[in-house]
Unconditional design. Structure first.
Length: 396
């Protein structure tokens, strides 16, 4: 859609540009032929030329794509506001070459290529700097009725967001493929071994079947988490908001993790005061379950995991799940909520899990209108915070 609109606007600009050039030619002829009426004709044609130029610049600056018009000597005649913003160029660029303004040799070569080929479509330009950016450039020569080149028009479309989404998609597919491949390979390998005769040994058979079952469950959890992420990101998963008494809900979640905590001799502590939040009870249990499960798995053996909370600003409730384990390295704090990101890959896979738990936590909390973050000092444990809307008191 944007490409069609860009082409239509570019055509309009070319027409205006050619009209502007034609008026300039007419003005020059008028200067030669008009004789005594030269001043009157100059004012008339100059007024028309100024009007066309104003229309051209207004249309130019209304476009979200960057546009550049060069004259027959490849010097800039017009540059719209979007172009100036894309390249961070100065506003005074008229009369200069592309190379003088931008120091972009690749772009200067593109302009030369247009001179030889008349048009270049779909050229991608990568810009360096603090943050990587990508632009798609469509360029074409402007010719008069005699086929003589009168200039060049270039249209710049920012592809950075599309490139980022494509990279995210590729990373996501690669991560999902890896996470699926590991349990599938184990299931396949142990099944083939059983079929080759290991089933005749009851002790080996039981061990292999337990491994197959464990990896089947891992696949099931991964698929369920992927579906949850998809529903949350698409907005299809609706929150059933109601009043939730946080202390009693935390009690229920901690009870579910009692066996897991006892296996690592971890003490579970409910430090939540009697607060009430407006939340989806089932999804809130999922958030707390992910955070508490991670704290038990990655915290200290014979350590302590607690859940606390407080009113934050009167309109929201802040909850915290904390442990006294080894903590999270500073370079990982900002990335722990990314899909499939693991602080310690070897330990994470040994402990199990899909690598999607904290990403699901983030999306559920954001769906409630809250925010989530983590704090940690290496060797001093980790704390995961999130906010929820507080239940508003009824007013008369």
């Amino acid at each position: 859609m944007w490409l069609t609109l860009t082409i239509l606007l570019a055509v309009a600009l070319v027409v205006l540009f050619i009209r502007y050039l034609q008026l300039q030619d007419t003005l020059r002829r008028a200067e030669q032929d008009a004789g005594a009426h030269i001043e009157e004709l100059q004012e008339r044609y100059q007024g028309q030329a100024l009007h066309v130029q104003t229309q051209q610049e207004t249309l130019f600056n209304s476009m979200i794509e960057g546009l550049l018009l060069l004259d027959e000597h490849e010097r800039i005649q017009l540059a719209n506001r979007a172009f100036i913003q894309l390249f961070g160029a100065s506003a005074d660029v008229r009369g200069k070459t592309v190379l003088e303004v931008l120091r972009q040799h690749e772009l200067a070569e593109l302009v030369a290529k247009v001179a030889a080929q008349k048009q270049v479509l779909g050229h991608e330009l990568k810009l360096g700097g603090l943050s990587e950016r990508w632009l798609q450039i469509n360029a074409a020569g402007v010719f008069n009725g005699d086929g003589k080149k009168q200039g060049t028009i270039l249209v710049f479309h920012d592809l950075t967001r599309l490139k980022q989404l494509e990279r995210t998609r590729e990373e996501f597919v690669a991560n999902v493929s890896h996470e699926l491949r590991t349990p599938l390979s184990l299931i396949k390998g142990y099944t083939e071994t059983l079929l080759d005769g290991a089933k005749d040994n009851p002790e080996v058979e039981t061990k292999f079947l337990q491994t197959i079952q464990r990896n089947s469950e891992r696949l099931q959890f991964l698929i369920e988490d992927l579906l949850t992420i998809s529903e949350l990101e698409s907005g299809r998963l609706k929150m059933n908001l109601q009043s939730v008494r946080l202390r009693s809900l935390v009690d229920r979640v901690l009870e579910d993790f009692k066996t897991q905590a006892e296996s690592r001799h971890v003490e579970l502590k409910n430090e939540m005061p009697e607060l009430v939040a407006r939340a989806d009870s089932d999804r809130l249990q999922q958030v707390l379950g992910n955070l508490i499960g991670n704290a038990i798995k990655y915290g200290r053996s014979e350590g302590r995991v607690g859940v606390s909370g407080r009113l934050a600003g009167g309109n929201s409730v802040e909850l915290c799940v904390h442990d006294d384990g080894p903590g999270i390295p500073p370079e990982s704090i900002e990335r722990v909520f990314e899909r499939f990101y693991r602080v310690d890959k070897a330990r994470s896979r040994e402990q199990g899990g899909t690598g999607l738990g904290l990403s699901i936590v983030k999306h559920i909390v954001q769906s409630h209108g809250g925010k989530v973050w983590a704090k940690s000092e290496p060797g001093k444990g980790a704390a995961f915070y999130f906010t929820l809307p507080a239940k508003q008191e009824a007013t008369n």
